[in-house]
Write a protein that binds this ligand. Structure first.
Ligand code: FAD
Ligand code: SF4
Length: 511
C-alpha cells in the first residue's frame, strides 16, 4: 500500500479535491468505528448513530467509485480507540504514507501525527475541506491580536469573497440587519410552522440504530426521532427544503424559543456541514439564490449567511489559534459541578425542562437556546467550564470540538476572559420571559429575585452581578448593566447571595 487514507467520521466530503487523488490501485481507504470516540465524551445516542450511519454510507459510496475500502465496524475489531486502531492498520498494511484531512479535534491530530512519526510512516495532512477559508487565512487576519470580534472577521470574509457585496460596500448599504431580525412570537406563539423534510432511516441506518441501542444502552438521549440526513444527496435535499420553507422567516425568529417547537425556522444543517456532507459554499450560494429570486429578504439572507461565513469560520479559527491552552481557560474561576438535571431534564424550571427534553429527544436545540437557556444557566450558576464543555460535546448531534469549544468556553461561559465575546452574556429571567413562551408555564416568576417563587435565573443573575462587580462594573462595555446594582441596599444583596448559595448547594448535591 502506497497511502493509507484515513477517513474520519467528520470528513465525509466525497468531493474533497484531495480524495480525488486517491489511486484505486495503490491506495487504501480506511474507516474505523472507534468505541472510545463515543465514550470519551458521554455521547447522545443520536450523535453516535449519525456519525456511524454517515460513515457506513460514505464507505459504500467510495466502493461504488471503485476505491479499495477497509471498513472496521464497531463489533468487528478489538481496538478501543482510534489511534490504537490506526496503529494496528499501519502494522498490517505497512503503507509508505498515512494521509488524512485535518481532524476536528486537536488531541486527535497530535495523536495521529505522533503515531505516524513513531512508526516511521510519512504523514500527509490535508486541509479540512468543509470550510471556506484556511486556518492560515484566519491567523493572518488575527495577526497579533489577543481579542477577536466576529463582526470584523465577518466583514473581512465578505470583502474577501465578495459575498453580499456591491464593490467594496455591503449590499444594501449595511453590514448587519439585526434591527429587522430577532423578533419574539409574542404571547400568541408561532402558530403554524413548516415541518422540515425528514429522512426515514434506510437499511444501513436501521442497522446502526440497532447497534447503538445494543452497544451504548446507558448513553443519554433517544433514537426514536432519528431522521437526520446521512448522505450528501440527503443533505442537499435538506438544504433545498430549508431554503424554500424556512429561510424567508429565519432572521425574524432566529432568537425566539417556544415550548415544544424544536426547529422553528432554523436550517438544522450544522451536522451535515460538520460531517462534510454539505459544503458551506453551497449553503451560502443557495441562500443567495433565494434572495436573487426575491424569495428571501436581504435581512433574512444576511442573518443566515452571517452564521456560516461569520460565526462558523470564526470559531474554527479561534479553536486552532488557541488550542491546547484554550481548554484550560477559566477566567471567572467557576468550579460548580454541572447539575444532574442536564442529563435527565428533571427540573421544574419550565424553560430548562423544555429545552433539555428536546435536546434528549432530538440531539438538537437552536443557537439561542444553547446560549441563553442552558449556557446562561451554567454561567450564572458558576459551573466549571470543563464540566459544561463535556456536556455540550456529548449532547448535540452537531458537536465537534473545533466548533463546540469556542462557543461554550468563549461565547457562552466567558471562560476565555473575552477572546471571543466582548462581555459575559448574562441576563435574568426577564429576558427569557420576553423572548420565549416558557415563563407562562413555569411555577417561578421571572421578575422575582428571592422567595419561594423567585426565578432561579433572576436570583443567580443578580448574584452574578454582585460576585463579578470587579472587574465588570468598571468595564466600558458592561458598566451600564452593572450600574443596576447601585439600586440594591446591603440587606437585599445579602438576601440574594444567600438564596443563590442555597441554589448552588442544592445542585451541587447532584439533584
Ligand atoms: P441555524 O440557526 O440554521 O444556523 C445556520 C448555520 O450557521 C448552522 O448550521 C451552523 O453551521 C452555523 N452557525 C450558527 N451559529 C454558529 C455558531 N455560533 N458557531 C458556529 N457555527 C454557527 N454548532 C455546532 O455546529 N456544533 C456545536 O457543537 C455547537 N455547540 C454550541 C454550543 C453553544 C453553547 C452555542 C451557543 C452554540 C453552539 N453551536 C454549535 C452553534 C449553533 O448553536 C449551532 O450551529 C446551531 O444551533 C445548529 O443548528 P442549525 O443548523 O439549525 O443552525
Ligand atoms: Fe425559566 Fe425563570 Fe421563566 Fe421559569 S420563570 S421559565 S425558570 S426564566
Amino acid at each position: 500500500v502506497r497511502r493509507l487514507v484515513l477517513l474520519l467520521g467528520d470528513h465525509l466530503d466525497l468531493h474533497s479535491p484531495h480524495l480525488a487523488t486517491v489511486d484505486p490501485e495503490r491506495d487504501l481507504c480506511l474507516l474505523v468505528e472507534a468505541r472510545a470516540e463515543a465514550q470519551r465524551v458521554w455521547s447522545h445516542k443520536a450523535r453516535i448513530a449519525l456519525f456511524l450511519s454517515a460513515m457506513r454510507h460514505g464507505a459504500e459510496a467510495l466502493r461504488q467509485r471503485g476505491l479499495r475500502v477497509e471498513y472496521w465496524a464497531l463489533a468487528e475489531h478489538p481496538y478501543d480507540d482510534l489511534v490504537t486502531a490506526v496503529a494496528a492498520a499501519l502494522r498490517r498494511f505497512a503503507p509508505q504514507r498515512l494521509a488524512l484531512h485535518e481532524p476536528g479535534t486537536w488531541a486527535l491530530a497530535e495523536g495521529l501525527r505522533d503515531l505516524a512519526n513513531a512508526a516511521g510512516t510519512e504523514f500527509e495532512l490535508w486541509p479540512a475541506s468543509q470550510f471556506l477559508f484556511t486556518r492560515e487565512e484566519f491567523q493572518s487576519w488575527a495577526g497579533a491580536q489577543r481579542q477577536h470580534r466576529m463582526e470584523f472577521w465577518y466583514r473581512h470574509a465578505r470583502r474577501r469573497t465578495g459575498i453580499l457585496m456591491e464593490g467594496d460596500q455591503p449590499l444594501g448599504g449595511r453590514w448587519n440587519y439585526d434591527s429587522e431580525n430577532r423578533h419574539s412570537f409574542g404571547k400568541a406563539g408561532p402558530g403554524w410552522l413548516p415541518e422540515p423534510l425528514a429522512f426515514a432511516p434506510d437499511a444501513i441506518t436501521r442497522e446502526v440504530l440497532t447497534v447503538v441501542e445494543r452497544e451504548f444502552p446507558d448513553h443519554p438521549g433517544s433514537l426514536a426521532h432519528f431522521d437526520w440526513p446521512v448522505t450528501m444527496i440527503e443533505a442537499e435535499a435538506a438544504l433545498e427544503d430549508f431554503i424554500a420553507q424556512r429561510l424567508p422567516s429565519f432572521g425574524s425568529f432566529q432568537d425566539a424559543s417556544w415550548p415544544g417547537a424544536v426547529w422553528l425556522y432554523h436550517s438544522r444543517l450544522s451536522a451535515a456541514m460538520n460531517l462534510g456532507l454539505l459544503h458551506p459554499q453551497r449553503v451560502i450560494e443557495a441562500a443567495l439564490g433565494a434572495h436573487a429570486r426575491a424569495e428571501a429578504s436581504l435581512a433574512a439572507t444576511e442573518g443566515f449567511v452571517r452564521q456560516i461565513l461569520g460565526w462558523r469560520e470564526f470559531v474554527r479559527g479561534i479553536y486552532w489559534r488557541y488550542m491546547p491552552d484554550y481548554l484550560e481557560e477559566n477566567a471567572l474561576g467557576a468550579e460548580q459541578p454541572l447539575p444532574q438535571f442536564y442529563w435527565s431534564a428533571q427540573t421544574d424550571m419550565a424553560c430548562l425542562r423544555d429545552v433539555l427534553q428536546r435536546t434528549l429527544d432530538y440531539g438538537y436545540a437552536h443557537h439561542i437556546e444553547r446560549l441563553m437557556i442552558t449556557g446562561l444557566f451554567a454561567l450564572l450558576l458558576g459551573v466549571a467550564p470543563k464540566a459544561i464543555h463535556a456536556w455540550y460535546l456529548a449532547i448535540y448531534v452537531d458537536a465537534v470540538e473545533w466548533v463546540e469549544l469556542p462557543n461554550v468556553l468563549g461565547m457562552s461561559q466567558y471562560a476565555d476572559g473575552g477572546r471571543v465575546a466582548s462581555k459575559p452574556y448574562v441576563a435574568s429571567g426577564h429576558y427569557i420571559a420576553r423572548m420565549t413562551g416558557h415563563c407562562a408555564r413555569c411555577p417561578y416568576r421571572p421578575q422575582e429575585r428571592v422567595g419561594a417563587k423567585a426565578c432561579p435565573f433572576t436570583t443567580l443573575y443578580w448574584d452574578f452581578l454582585i460576585r463579578h462587580a470587579d472587574p465588570f462594573a468598571r468595564h466600558p462595555r458592561t458598566a451600564l448593566q452593572w450600574k443596576h446594582l447601585e439600586s440594591l441596599d446591603a440587606a437585599t444583596r445579602a438576601e440574594i447571595q444567600q438564596a443563590a448559595n442555597k441554589l448552588r448547594e442544592t445542585w451541587a448535591k447532584g439533584v
